[in-house]
Ligand binder design. Structure first.
Ligand code: NAD
Ligand code: DAU
Length: 351
């Protein structure tokens, strides 16, 4: 019998890889992708799946309970993998309320719909939330985030994701809704909107523009190739235990400045530039307000219990990513006009 899964935010960066992972690997599942198509949502990301028989797209705003109801009325939903969110920290500093609406209210609307539609029988149902390591706050030089690290969000974005995680656990405790949460570190790879560090730097180097580095470039992130995140989500959805949390990370920490220097070397080679030319574009700019120093995930639970391992090294993933952006000029051209230009001017003008 077919299972119907709702994937929210499937037209975004990570969501598009998760949709592809499920549509391709599970022909017996019917995948409904619900997405509002904000600036970050792009159906080009899923062009290859348009005609797949087990896939459907629905333009839905999760902030509207009526729009969510219309989906639950039309499909017999068995599971939800929830990725729809406002996801960029800098935008959350400029417009916190957008993050409250989508990330908090949107999540509670989805939880209510699941409760209403599943309450007679929770058997075989699951609400799976794709959350972030940023809910744990910021680390100094030592230590790692584990699943029981207390929440200590420090940006409007991470506060909104922490709040949504709390609501999900509250629905599990109060109404016994079957839920799983995974908290992942920084993703990179094809289809990432060029407001985030790696695609922004690739795009700027290609166009001979400055690469803005916040503060001294000393902040540390733990980078994971997006397809390895999608593989982890598949594993956790199928073999994870209801009520549990799983941390996902690349065990791959980089100071921003070292990462950008490595990227510059890769770009010099790919663009046939003299070594060192791309790095000349590095420009230190005013720091992000409240900038978290370091994130680092201990993904031991996922590795030991579900035997997940990343499939590519960082060097391989970075090269695949650069190749993808250089081979998909149209994709980047289509999204770096209009809204992007306005955002870029506002975000970087006074730095
Ligand atoms: P993204 O910004 O690329 O995509 C978000 C998607 O959600 C877009 O397609 C957008 O149109 C959709 N969306 C936004 N508001 C909506 C609404 N009101 N209704 C319906 N759809 C809406 O984000 P991403 O980087 O792919 O992140 C996906 C999820 O993974 C987010 O929940 C994010 O918090 C989480 N996450 C991201 C990372 C990362 O490094 N990017 C790491 C860990 C966790
Ligand atoms: O850790 C997971 C999180 O990773 C996700 O939950 C978020 O959705 C995702 O956006 C990402 O958040 P970051 O803030 O870490 O990612 P970003 O790419 O914006 O920034 C990475 C680092 O690079 C961070 O220390 C800020 C810095 N930076 C970023 C930009 C855009 C710069 O130095 N210059 C820039 O122009």
């Amino acid at each position: 019998m077919k299972k119907t899964l709702l994937i929210t935010g499937g037209a975004g960066f990570i969501g598009s890889h998760v949709v592809r992972q499920f549509v391709t690997n599970y022909p017996d599942y019917f995948i409904v992708n619900i997405d509002k198509l904000t600036y970050a949502g792009n159906l080009e990301n899923l062009k290859d799946l348009e005609d797949a028989e087990n896939y459907r797209f629905e333009k839905i705003d999760i902030v509207s309970p009526a729009e969510i109801d219309s989906v639950f009325n039309r499909y017999k939903v068995d599971g939800v993998i929830h990725l729809a969110a406002e996801s960029h920290v800098d935008r959350s500093i400029a417009n916190p309320l957008d993050f409250v609406f989508t990330n908090v209210v949107g999540t509670v609307n989805l939880l209510n719909a699941c409760l209403k539609n599943w309450k007679s029988n929770f058997q075989g149902r699951l609400f799976y939330h794709i959350s972030t390591d940023e809910v744990y706050g910021s680390l100094d030089q030592g230590g790692y985030f584990i699943e029981s690290t207390p929440y200590d969000p420090k940006s409007p974005y991470s506060a909104s994701k922490a709040s949504s995680d709390h609501f999900i656990r509250a629905y599990s405790n109060t109404y016994k809704l079957p839920v799983i949460i995974s908290n992942c570190s920084n993703n990179y790879g094809p289809n990432q909107f060029p407001e985030k560090l790696i695609p922004l730097a690739i795009n700027n180097i290609k166009n001979n523009k400055h690469i803005p580095i916040y503060g001294k470039g000393e902040n540390i992130r733990d980078w994971l190739y997006v397809i390895d995140h999608a593989r982890a989500i598949d594993l956790i959805f199928h073999r994870g235990t209801s009520g549990e949390t799983y941390n996902i990370g690349g065990n791959n920490e980089w100071q921003n400045i070292d990462l950008i220097r490595l990227l510059c070397k890769v770009m010099d080679k790919k663009l046939d530039k003299a070594e060192g030319l791309s790095a000349k574009l590095i420009t230190y700019v005013k720091d992000r307000a409240g900038h978290d120093l370091r994130y680092a995930i201990d993904s031991g639970k996922l590795r030991q219990e579900l035997h997940w391992e990343p499939s590519v090294t960082f060097e391989q993933g970075l090269e695949l990513t650069v190749d993808w952006y250089l081979n998909n000029e149209e994709w980047i051209k289509n999204i770096t006009t209009g809204e992007y230009e306005k955002y870029y001017q506002t975000q970087y003008a006074n730095r």
